[in-house]
Design a protein. Structure first.
Length: 383
């Protein structure tokens, strides 16, 4: 086995979950998904496809009609684009890995903005690249990027800049001006930007409730790959469906690479994706409202606890918090499971920069669960 595979870190969230094995009553907020199942109209489309016998291999880059629908959807949110820039993938994490396989090899330098969902930084390491971490920092609870520090780190030796915004776990988001500065800088250094924008619509401010995207500021031929997923905006985590927005010149090569990874996304899953996009305009805003209600239930309760600092603003599916007097987030998360029956993700799972923090996924059909969770935390803190 390659040494890098042998030494892959195990999931720290899983380690916390294991501490609760045998306890029936743990309220789990550790994973990044809602407890609400995929809407019926999406499940129906997949069932219909299976009933119709759509059980065969399909195009590497996705069904032409799904690629066109994705291009239409992305174009309606950002600048118009054609389906020759779209590759359908078997999840967002698969799209990220395909981007990495397309761009980096052994010894290449990747700069990653961190803390971040650990899969982003593990993938280039699996491929033998060297990952340099540029850290966001909390200032009065809000995580901030030092843009000058990031730009100084990205040089002509940097193959890829990896950035996830809105960020899991901190909620930090790039501004349009920062995106413009990054694009201009990366044009000079010849660096590819891989932008993970899977949470772009789980954004609770502004008229359009849409996070700034690199697609709004980059030219079609820029060295930019944007990563997307059906998981978060359509409650489709278990389906494994995502997409990449690519410069047209690399799409065919990515199609060849998909052949060697998964060959194609399953057709019935793609049909589900088509159904989701067809009703995106009525479904997504309603989902975002429900998620906002969850956030607005949880946050004031947490903010009212004297020992707790909450990162602001909370975006995506997560509240990110710190509890005074606790610096070992893994130990604290395990203790919360065992002593309070409260399941949170330890900050250190997202990198040493987030040590001492905890991530709480607030996406739930039953906001009362969140209230129960806070009561458990309150008892734990003996308030
Ligand atoms: C930042 C980020 N990117 C990508 C993904 C991947 O989503 P999926 O593989 O379910 O499409 C996740 C999932 O949690 C995520 O948090």
């Amino acid at each position: 086995m390659r040494a890098v595979i042998e030494s892959l870190p195990g999931s720290k969230i899983r380690e916390v979950a294991n501490a609760g094995i045998g306890r029936e009553d743990v309220l789990a907020f550790w994973f990044g998904e809602s407890d609400e199942p995929t809407p019926e109209f999406i499940r129906d489309a997949a069932a219909r496809s299976l009933r119709d016998g759509e059980t065969f291999y399909a195009n590497n880059l996705g069904l032409p009609e799904l690629r066109a629908a994705i291009a239409g959807y992305v174009g309606s949110l950002h600048r118009p684009l054609g389906s020759e820039r779209i590759a359908v993938t078997s999840s967002g994490v698969n799209a990220l890995m395909l981007a990495m396989q397309t761009l980096v090899g052994a010894g290449d330098e990747v700069i990653a903005v961190v803390p971040v969902w650990p899969n982003l930084t593990a993938q280039p390491e699996i491929l033998g690249a060297r990952v340099t971490r540029v850290s966001l920092r909390p200032e009065a609870g809000a995580w901030r990027l030092d843009l000058d520090e990031l730009l100084a780190a990205v040089t002509s030796k940097t193959r890829v800049l990896l950035v996830n915004a809105p960020n899991n776990p901190t909620g930090w988001t790039l501004t349009r001006a920062e995106q413009q500065a990054i694009v201009a800088h990366c044009r000079r250094t010849g660096t590819w930007i891989v932008a993970d924008e899977v949470y772009e619509r789980i954004y609770f401010s502004g008229e359009r409730a849409l996070a700034p995207s690199f697609l709004d500021v980059a030219a079609p031929h820029d060295r930019l790959i944007v990563i997307h997923s059906f998981s978060k905006s359509f409650l489709m985590t278990g389906w494994r469906l995502g997409w990449m927005v690519l410069p047209a010149a690399v799409t065919e090569s990515v199609g060849k690479l998909i052949e060697f990874n998964t060959s194609c996304a399953p057709v019935f899953v793609q049909r589900a994706g088509l159904a989701a996009l067809a009703r995106a305009d009525d479904f997504v805003p309603g989902l975002v409202q429900r998620l906002k209600a969850c956030r607005d239930t949880l946050l004031p309760l947490l903010v009212a606890l004297p020992q707790v600092t909450v990162a602001s603003p909370a975006r995506g599916l997560y509240a990110f918090l710190q509890i005074e007097g606790h610096s070992d987030s893994l130990a604290l998360a395990k203790q919360l499971v065992v002593d309070a029956g409260l399941g949170l993700a330890p900050g250190v799972a997202f990198g040493p920069e987030a040590e001492g923090w905890l991530r709480w996924c607030f996406a739930s059909r039953a906001p009362a669960r969140l209230v129960d969770g806070v009561q458990r935390l309150t008892r734990f803190l003996r308030l």
